[in-house]
Design a protein around this ligand. Structure first.
Ligand SMILES: O=P(O)(O)OC[C@@H](O)[C@@H](O)c1c[nH]c2ccccc12
Length: 316
């Protein structure tokens, strides 16, 4: 597949699903050959992406782009995601919080048993979150677009990030029809041309793009793209689940940090943040926003979890 060659030329290890789909079963000595021909996902991120490709192609048949475009004609405008992060950062002197509504993950399993997304969202807002992130992947994260819609309709004012594995521009339109104000674009999955194209569509739809990177090469690719305003550094490697918050620091040192400051790009520290010390560490590294799920969603009162995370009440 030419698509995979272009991607691997940019250092992207995630391959797109073979059009024939993975084989249903392996037969004897063919197993080895098939695996090496690329018919089996090599890691969890690749598996998620292959699954997403399939899911999206089915959804698209039911709701073609023309239908989504029609639905958007009367949709209320998207909220200012970056503005909310900047305002929170200025108000508190701490990184603006994107609080994540997350029931489960492939690396951590179920995070919260009695999971009421609207109640959690309201508690986060009350606790001082600037924005919310809502997982919409069902298979691996036990999220849903119903959750996103329900939170939007419940009168929550925080801008909402649709936390999804975007592999097709159709999903941007779909996210907007469900009430998203921002979407995640993962550099480990999307080649440069896709990111550029999707950023343009986001601008047309009024969506903010949070572009996620995990290493220097991804960061440099993203910095070479025009019009990027918000970049996340994921401390978790989505291929291996390895977690290391010093990645945020490492990527913001030196020349890259300088470019970020010159262009006034907002950096988001993502994943694995649990204590006021963790927050201080990534803030010192140069982030003005953080994305946090596990440490706050696990608390019986998620809003109070925010105070524990920051070591103070940030709602006032
Ligand atoms: O629960 P944590 O460790 O606080 O992480 C939140 C968020 O960063 C994480 O859910 C995340 C960041 N990027 C992603 C991409 C896909 C799925 C999930 C993620």
């Amino acid at each position: 597949m030419l698509e995979n060659e272009v991607a691997s030329g940019q250092g992207i290890r995630i391959r797109r699903r073979p059009p024939s789909g993975p084989p249903l079963h392996y037969v004897g000595p063919f197993q080895f050959r098939l695996q090496n021909e690329g018919n089996t996902p090599r890691n969890i991120l690749e598996e998620i992406v292959w699954n997403k490709d399939k899911e999206v192609s089915q959804l698209k048949e039911r709701k073609p782009l023309s239908v989504l475009k029609k639905a958007l004609e009367n949709a209320p405008p998207a909220r200012d995601f970056i503005g909310a992060l900047r305002a929170a950062n200025e108000r508190t002197g701490l990184p603006g919080l994107i609080a994540e509504v997350k029931k489960a993950s492939p690396s951590r399993g179920i995070l919260r048993e009695n999971f009421d997304p609207v109640e959690i969202a309201k508690s986060y807002e009350k606790g001082g979150a600037a924005c919310l992130s809502v997982l919409t992947d069902e298979k691996y994260f036990k999220g849903s677009f119903e959750n996103l819609e329900a939170i939007r309709k419940a009168g929550v004012k925080c801008p909402l990030l649709c936390k999804e594995f975007i592999v097709d521009a159709w999903q941007l339109y779909y996210a907007r029809t469900k009430g998203a104000d921002a979407v995640l674009l993962i550099a480990a999955v999307l080649p440069d041309l896709d990111i550029k194209y999707m950023i343009k569509i986001c601008k047309i739809l009024g969506l903010t793009a949070l572009v996620e990177v995990h290493d220097e090469r991804e960061f440099d690719r993203v910095l070479a793209i025009e019009g990027i305003e918000l970049i996340g550094i994921n401390n978790r490697n989505l291929e291996t689940f390895e977690l290391d918050i010093s990645i945020t620091k490492k990527l913001l040192e030196g020349e890259r940090g300088k470019i970020i400051r010159e262009r006034d790009i907002i950096m988001v520290g993502e994943s694995g943040l649990f204590t006021p010390e963790d927050i201080a560490y990534v803030q010192e590294a140069g982030v003005r926003a953080i994305l946090v799920g596990e440490s706050i969603v696990k608390q019986s009162d998620p809003g109070k979890g925010i105070s524990n995370l920051f070591g103070k009440d940030i709602s006032i």
